[in-house]
Design a protein around this ligand. Sequence first.
Ligand code: TRP
Length: 335
Amino acid sequence: MSKQRVLTGITTSGAPHLGNYVGAIRPAIEASRSGDFESFFFLADYHSLIKSQNPELVHQSTMEIAAAWLALGLDTDKVTFYRQSDIPEITELTWFLTCMTAKGLMNRAHAYKGAVQANEEAGEDADFGINMGLFSYPILMAADILMFNAHQIPVGRDQIQHVEMARDVAGRFNHHYGEHFVLPSAVVDDKVAILQGLDGRKMSKSYGNTIPLFLSAKKLKKHINKIKTNLLEPGEAKDPDTSAVFQIWKAFASEEQTAAMREEFANGIAWGEAKKQLFELIDGQLSEARERYETLMQNPAEIELVLQKGAEKARKESSELLAKLRYAVGIRPLV
Ligand code: TRP
């Protein structure tokens, strides 16, 4: 049997933070190294336009995210790493799928429903500020997935519904036009840590509580010092399981290091000392990658070249499949 194909997209709407690293980048790079899968990773820049109409930010974020993945050791000979907008077949497929998608299905999408609900709560018109990109975004995501006939889609819980919608749309298309698509499944890895942010809530750009991935050592230290703690004094026992400092420690530490820190908490380690150790742990793991990142950010042409090569690899597949799909839907030369 040929290898299972794994595909995931990263929306280019901000600088990568430690939560992205622990929850998505690190496991993806590890899985790709194992060689057990055929991996497709891409920069979802079309997706970023839904929320960000700031061209500089979209552009800058695309560069930062690409540089981060490369600096962290993504082996682009082993995986297909590309920018979504370099694959024009994806937008064409989006239209084919749009015409196979029930509007009612999109009405049920969480992202859209959440936006409507927020409007209603604010006493606004239900559709206030909602663009069609947000409404039909699951179809673009379905095209991302189906374009490469991926089997497994590693995602966070908030994205499961979208993968199920992709599956639904693929089934409908197959039923109507013949078997063209693999039915994809969402893979949610419960072992992967969901990192807490500075305020103890999930680390997320929308909460403004993130620690950016590649800060100077000095700034990293400053951020870590901002992690919320309580007023317990040195010498007083502290509860690791309700502490963001400990939760972040756990995401970077070995099992032995985690056990040792648990003990230190019981023994009343001072918050300042726990944070100092946390800084050293993270800095130790990221400092080499940070240097590679800085070098890449000074050489955008190098990143661009990697992406172009990735696009070439990806388009071999997408152009072949799209030619078949065009034929299947009746878009064909006349003679
Ligand atoms: N929508 C995803 C997110 O916000 C990113 C994404 C775009 C994606 N296309 C995808 C993820 C295809 C998996 C597969 O996180």
